[in-house]
Design a protein around this ligand. Sequence first.
Ligand code: AMP
Length: 395
Amino acid sequence: MKTLKDFNFKNKKAIIRVDFNVPLNDKFEVTDATRIQAAKSTIIEILEQGGSCVLMSHLGRPKGVQEEFSLRHIVETATDILGVKVNFVSDCIGEKVATAVANLEPGEILLLENLRFYDEEKKGDVAFAEKLSKFGDIYVNDAFGTAHRAHASTTIIAQFFKEKKCFGNLLAREIESIDKVLNNSEKPVLAILGGAKVSSKITVIENILDKIDHLIIGGGMSFTFVKAKGGKIGDSICEDDKMELALEILKQAKAKGVQVHIPVDVIAADDFSNDANTQTIDITKIPDGWQGLDAGHKSREIFDDVVNKCKTILWNGPLGVFEMENFAGGTIALGHSIDKATKNGAFSLVGGGDSVAAVKQFGFADKVSYVSTGGGAMLEMLEGKSLPGIEAILK
Ligand code: AMP
């Protein structure tokens, strides 16, 4: 696996695919700069070696050129975070860009305009990728969030660099962390899968069953399992057409020696609302008119025990409707359990969409071993798929 360490960037121009797809408010101010922060290590390492950085990214989902999606909006924030002036050019291919790149001195940064102003980016257009490739001596991919897409700047461009391509520090760490969970893990290994739907996590479960010792199934997903086993789930969320599959998963888990833990009690509500009336109840005996919206206290204790006897922990998906304060308790309790296990030497990886939001919201981001930056990309890796952006560097 080639990383920055395999190159000397002195007097070289690195063309880096970063993920600066950050949220903006209606004044076009950056509201969460985590992704810019995450790219800092790679950029600074190259600058300190005496190289220069040409940064390319997408921002949002523009249809053609749309000023509101211009990357110029993030220049000030990026300059502040990186501590180095970020120069900006208002296109990503063409004469103007070629001149700006030619004038770039060692130690300088140039940010190109939103790649998705050109349809060719998402189409993975080879000619467009070749044009981009002219703006650097070495290609660095540091955008995990788009590594599962075969776009021009994330994948296709790599073919124009033969040996001169590598992973940036962020992407390398993402790959190492997932590898540490899936392939080089210290046992016992625990996967915690929560969130709304079984259907979106099926392939993940099937792929990881061979690699884990314990599986906690929580959140909305758990009701499909409970109902399939004959429990009464009232009005809780359920995918009836996935019940057979749920039973099949339980059977496979048993055959593979994986211990499955499903909540035993839930906080049930008489409405999908923070102000609903609630009761804590056995998960197999939820009355009609009530729905389970969070893990109950007994379940939290059981999960705490499981978490704290495991040495490798993967967490994807909340244990309840954490967006509502009254149903966030199970997810918060799990965060505390993982915090404790991590302090005692376990390796904990959190990733995939909503769990990252939850971990950040409740202040656990610094307490787990690693928080993945790519939702979709992480899920695809857990599903055992090879990601085109990663393959393109390894080739
Ligand atoms: P996912 O994107 O599949 O990880 O699902 C995350 C979503 O699942 C969050 O928005 C949660 O509010 C939701 N969720 C978790 N537990 C439940 C539940 N018991 N009932 C309904 N939605 C839930």
